[in-house]
Design a protein around this ligand. Structure first.
Ligand code: 0GZ
Length: 306
């Protein structure tokens, strides 16, 4: 099937630079996607955008170039609850990728088990209005109860202003809960203001909640952009991400977010995004937890000793 990209769509950056920051051995890119290719894995009829293709081979090439050892591939909303592209990527990764799927309540136990065997370890619940029509909370809670039995976790994507309304639902989830992109703080607001304080409180009150400290390129309002060798990109996001890493060093994950769906302003050089990491995780110990220990504990627990 031929797909027409959403007008204004920015394609992922070709030929990223070699990062100056040397990733620790075993580093995991814990948030990235595959898109199609549409001819093989058609985009879902209910999607809110049509992306460029971004194949598993292209993702694995990026992984190798940047110096990551593994990926966690997250089902992108343009594929709805059709997880074929994700499962295909996992099955062709030589065990170097695990996944987060999107499922509906009609999924069978056999299908869940087949996903588990392919490497799925979580489901994603999305509350961002421009990306999905919401699934009712009772359906999500039912799914959470079922996947908890497989030892999976729930990944949630929402915007900071919606946290108060979603707080009780999130707190009632029976699994580990991973927040995408720090719950999308408005970084023009003060670091110590009520909105971000609420997010930190949410993590303090719920020790099962983790956060991805990813997507500075989405959150930044001032830049500078991760392009043209910039070594101090997205400075306005740094204090927010660093605060989360320093307060919750054992509950943070990092990912490129390649191929960066829906960016409107610019497409970052992924090599320079890697160079952003030491600004938010300033010590080798914090870097090792963020990039190796934490993602292994969540996605490859059978390989963690002790
Ligand atoms: O902010 C976004 O547009 C976005 C979209 C998706 C998706 O469509 O799955 O995933 C992300 O992590 C971020």
């Amino acid at each position: 099937m031929q797909f027409q990209k959403t007008p204004g769509w920015l394609d992922w950056y070709q030929g990223p630079s070699q990062p100056k920051f040397q990733l620790p051995a075993g580093a995991v890119d814990a948030h990235c996607h595959v898109f199609g290719p549409g001819e093989e894995f058609p985009y879902a009829p209910e999607r809110k955008y049509t992306p460029c293709d971004a194949s598993k081979q292209q993702l694995f090439a990026l992984r190798d170039q940047l110096g990551f050892e593994r990926n966690v591939i997250v089902q992108a909303t343009c594929h709805g609850a059709d997880n074929r592209a994700l499962l295909d990527a996992l099955l062709h990764s030589d065990g170097k990728a695990r996944g987060v799927a999107t499922v509906r309540r009609d999924i069978s136990d056999e299908q869940l088990q087949a996903m588990h065997d392919a490497g799925v370890r979580g489901v994603r619940f999305n509350f961002v209005k421009r990306l999905v029509d919401f699934t009712p909370k009772d359906e999500l809670m039912e799914i959470a109860g079922r996947i908890a039995k497989l030892g999976w976790h729930v990944v949630i994507y929402f915007e900071a202003v919606d946290l108060p309304e979603l707080w009780d639902f999130f707190s009632g989830l029976p699994t580990t809960v991973v927040v995408d992109h720090m719950g999308r703080p408005d970084v023009s607001k003060p670091l110590d203001g009520p909105e971000f304080a609420l997010f930190l409180q949410f993590m303090r009150d719920n020790p099962n909640v983790w956060s991805k400290v990813s997507c500075p390129e989405r959150l930044s309002l001032t830049g500078p952009k991760a392009l043209a060798g910039e070594q101090a990109a997205y400075r306005d996001v740094v204090p927010f991400a660093r605060r989360v890493v320093e307060e919750f060093p054992d509950r943070v994950l990092w990912g490129t977010d390649w191929p960066h769906p829906n960016l409107k302003d610019h497409m970052p050089d992924d090599g320079l995004l890697v160079d952003f990491i030491p600004h938010i995780a300033p010590t080798p110990e914090l870097q090792h937890k963020l990039l190796v220990d934490n993602p292994l504990r969540l996605y490859w627990p059978e390989q963690v000793k002790g």
